[in-house]
Design a protein around this ligand. Structure first.
Ligand code: C2O
Ligand code: CU
Ligand code: CU
Length: 505
């Protein structure tokens, strides 16, 4: 009974093996810490096996969930998927998650897109040892939207995500409820990932095997797979009714960019991005999704013939539109950036459900006006065989003066993806922890077929900066003080140091 009264969390935090006391002492407890949470769950990362391809099962690392308290709808296990459970929470809920590390290496979980206290953000310095538990306590203050969670340990994020550690975290709220969007059977979850398998169906990643030039180049360019997974299954086919679907897309790939389109010419009707609903639907033939980004789209198949198919594809584009290090060096991967791909097939049945009419206005959007905010220039460069942010690489503790901001203050960060005479040029999806931000302007760069599909209209937490571009974003930083991260979401770039701390003072 004491547990329910809220005494347990204090004991747990202090008693958690591997979690330094100094870190606890030095941090503020979340507000209302002694209150019992609305939702409590145990999330365990452990090795497992799953049948992904015909033949031998694939060894993966996966998250499994167990609901301790809260609505049964909080946890949704995806059948036959290597992804972690879908976590569904509502804005305003107080959440406690006990993360248990049953891997054989340190780990820590980050809630990508959520504005949470420092202790709950999953900074790599908070990573726990095998066998240990880390308790996250936070209030859900984000808007309804498609968020996600994944590990964030020092230099091992790419390897851990690649082996299967990732999941969706969906937030709902009354603003979203009011729209009556397709839900339940009318909602499709689609996490896009690419993987490479060996002849025995085992995952192949840059950290295994001989470390030579090829591995190094693959790391600098971002690790690409040649088999496509949608929600943790290899190129699935799903049966759908004749109705409107809400398709929640997440690019959970380590490095691959997608130019998404429906093969039958249905438009991409995007209603939401990283940070929830757009003001109005954004309708285009393609949506560009870089690693880390989400798109909430509507697909109406109510007029499709029973038996017909709609395939989600990534259309071909020149690989130079993402770019790579030294075009002349290393091998071209079997399925390079820009290869045409089929990601998921929807097979239309004869059953009908009402189509959904997209309302002209989806949400009220606060206008952005960066006129008076200070501007910080952040060059994205390649130097000394490393990707860098503002001329620096990651250090667990280091924060520059330019990386210190006041709680709740508004800044403009200008990401400058500098052209480089050596051809060391790539698109980088830059992610800022803690707060959704807005794009003020996008300029420069050569003609690029990915640009038309970039939705700059909504609240986002990850912004694509194409080769040669300068992109200005306006961020109003969290009111939670502490040490947070911003980084490239090409996970190999992040792991090699294209990441920095920023401090909210
Ligand atoms: Cu999705 Cu710092 O991460
Ligand atoms: Cu994040
Ligand atoms: Cu990058």
């Amino acid at each position: 009974m004491l547990q329910l009264l809220g005494l347990a969390p204090l004991i747990d935090l202090v008693g958690a093996p591997g979690l330094g006391r100094s870190e606890i002492a030095g941090s503020a407890s979340p507000p209302g810490y002694a209150q019992p949470p609305d939702v409590e769950l145990i999330l365990t990362a452990s090795p497992g096996e799953i049948g992904l391809l015909p033949g031998a099962p694939t060894r993966v690392w996966r998250f499994t969930g167990e609901l301790v308290r809260g609505p049964a709808s909080t946890l949704q296990t995806l059948p036959d998927s290597c992804l972690g459970p879908v976590i569904r929470v509502r804005r305003g809920q107080r959440v406690r998650i006990r993360f248990r590390n049953r891997l054989d290496e340190p780990s820590i979980v980050h809630w990508h897109g959520l504005d949470v206290p420092e202790q709950a953000d999953g900074h790599p310095r908070l990573a726990i040892e095998p066998g240990a538990e880390y308790v996250y306590d936070f209030d859900v203050i984000n808007r309804a939207g498609t968020y996600w969670y994944h590990p964030h340990p020092h230099m091992r994020t790419g390897a851990q995500v690649y082996r299967g550690l990732a999941g969706l975290l969906l937030v709902s709220d009354s603003d979203e409820d009011a729209l009556g969007l397709p839900a339940g059977a009318g909602e499709l979850l689609c996490v896009l990932q690419d993987r490479r398998f060996d002849a025995g169906n085992q995952l192949v990643y840059a950290d295994a095997g001989p470390s030579g030039m090829a591995q190094m180049m693959a790391t600098m360019n971002g690790w690409l797979g040649d088999r496509m997974l949608a929600s943790g299954r290899v190129q699935p086919t799903l049966d759908v009714d004749r109705r409107t679907y809400r398709v929640r897309l997440l690019n959970g790939s380590n490095a691959r960019f997608y130019k998404l389109a429906w093969h039958d010419g249905s438009p991409m009707v995007m209603i939401g991005g990283d940070g929830g609903l757009l003001e109005r639907a954004w309708i285009r033939p393609t949506v560009t999704l870089a690693p880390g980004q989400r798109a909430d789209v509507l697909l109406d198949v109510s007029a499709h013939a029973p038996g017909s198919e709609v395939r989600l594809q990534s259309l071909a584009f020149p690989s130079a539109h993402v770019g790579r290090v030294g075009m002349m060096m290393g091998q071209t991967p079997p399925t390079p950036q820009g290869a045409a791909l089929t990601l998921m097939t929807l097979r239309v049945s004869s059953a009908r459900a009402p189509a959904f009419v997209v309302p002209p206005r989806l949400s009220a959007h606060q206008a952005v006006d960066g006129a008076s905010a200070p501007v910080r220039r952040v060059p994205l460069t390649f130097a000394r065989m490393n990707w860098q942010l503002d001329g620096r690489v990651f250090d667990l503790a280091d924060v520059a003066a330019a990386e210190t901001v006041a709680a709740g203050s508004t800044h403009i960060w200008e990401f400058v993806n500098q052209s480089n005479p050596m051809g060391m040029e790539m698109a980088h999806p830059i992610h800022v922890h803690g707060r959704q931000f807005r794009v003020l302007s996008r300029a420069g760069g050569a003609a690029n077929s990915l640009r038309e599909g970039i939705a700059d209209a909504g609240w986002i937490d990850t912004v694509v900066v194409l080769p040669g571009e300068t992109v200005r974003v306006q961020v109003t930083f969290s009111k939670h003080a502490g040490l947070y991260l911003y980084h490239c979401h090409v996970l190999e770039h992040e792991d090699m140091g294209m990441m920095r701390n920023f401090r909210i003072a």
